[in-house]
Ligand binder design. Sequence first.
Ligand code: ADP
Ligand code: MG
Length: 572
Amino acid sequence: MSKIRILSENVAVRIAAGEVIERPGSVVRELVDNSIDAGATRVAVRIERGGKSLIKVIDNGVGMSRDDLLLCTERHATSKIHDAEDLTAINSLGFRGEALASIAAVSRLSITTRQRDDLVGNRLIVFGGNIQKVEEVGTPEGTVVEVRDLFYNVPARKKFLRSPGVELNNVVDVFARLSLGFESIHFSLENEQKTILNLPPLPELIPRLAAILGRTTAEQMAFVSRNFPGTRVKAYLAPPDLARTRPDRLFVYVNRRNVRDKLVNKAVIEGYGGRLMKGVYPQAVVFIEIDAGLVDINVHPAKQEVRFQDPGALFKKIMQTVDEGLGNKIYSHAIAEQANDGGEISEPIQMNWGALATSTPAFISGSEAGVFKDHGPVQIFEEEVRVVGQLRNMYILCEGKDGLIIVDQHAAHERVLYESLMEGIRKGGLEIQRLLLPKTIELGIGEKRVLEEKGQTLADLGVEIEDFGGQAVLLRCVPSLLGNADWETLLPELVSALEQGRGERDVLMGEVASLMACHAAIRAGYPMSVEEMQTLLDQLSLASLPTNCPHGRPIFRKITYYELEKMFKRVV
Ligand code: ADP
Ligand code: MG
């Protein structure tokens, strides 16, 4: 007797439903997608118990005829594509004709709909995939879909639903993501008759971003838009300091569809580049508009992933756009703290690194440290900035146009050294200093072998080492910039960076250079004269990324005069 049996359509459809419909949030996504595809300008979602007992979606879209209504819960019933050819350029959110069939199979579903020119509407009721009733009803133009008791007939699935609170959070997330792609549609979401989000259409996206990401974040976002042939990239970028440990606030849209795409995420992170600490994700909303023929949406059951025809080229476009959008900004202390809404926060200062004072970089010479003299303004910001002193031998304090600017001296010098090293490597003109007394340095067993294998990177950076027998090496030459570094501790660290370093030569070079810069940079605790501080700021003004040290830590902070006035209760 044969063991294989073909599952009945009834069972098969419930299995298939599991691919598309996992939880209330997926129902919300599919139904709102349908409302958007139906050309609605108003979409209201009402749920109960986080969507576990009720999900109701009301739209004012084109509605369905009685015939279409009868067909719409069949599998592969869609009005959006006709043949395989259409799959190559999809312009709607839906196209597989699976969602309503799946939802119908695992819930008690009711769809009420009327087309504009019809006098009367129709209601279809389906329980667990079986049509119960079709009747004529009076109803406004558009469609109302009600989904009750999700998974009532699939206990195995129902068991995996979480508490109403957790499901609600997921619905809110899904809903918020969808709404950002369609700023001209009025969206609202209610749970247990309480409004959770009400997003009227506005010409600006910022208020909607504020409702979803919080006002402080939204108001600080930089906007950038760039056109490339066949592709447009638009992005709203939160300050790097507001980055999070998870990518939950990094929203990506491809032709308005919200997707989760590792490649795009990575390109955005690369665009933030050195402004971001390692291992964190920025808060950003990125819209990619691309010829429908250059992207395949038909790769994931819930249409959450896409495949690009030329991912490498797109990666670069996104990275460039993000980098350009962020520019060089000093952020207020309040932003770093992510002050809760209420306090006004002034705009970040746009630095104008073009206007510089040229001065001789005779930096770090034993000098009249700590003696304060006013040497006039330094022209590194958009306006002139005056060095007013040093705090705790750690921070350079400057008077700016709209606030007190605090500079971390170590981080600033690190950035300067790092860029000089990298520039020297690029141009091949790194200045080398021969040590008067070569240093003997003892290495560990493994370390010496690493040097033999990967020492070339160090040689390229001007570090000349000779074997000195046993575990010792003789250090003969170092880059002049790093003359002051403590090589006994630096060299073993460089060797271990080489050992762990993987990937491209440029990346490794960057890591080694940043380690060197860190060791050679002036420490916190080093007293600086006003000239030294000014010279450092001048040099920093020439850097390509003057806002962050090579590890991503900020170099500048600002306390605005407004913040100071609040502090002293001059304003309330
Ligand atoms: P798809 O969206 O992939 O076409 P669905 O199962 O989600 O598949 O929907 C099936 C069809 O039902 C759609 O193609 C559309 O014609 C119709 N439909 C569904 N929801 C609506 C709605 N809110 N307004 C108008 N028509 C709808
Ligand atoms: Mg659909």
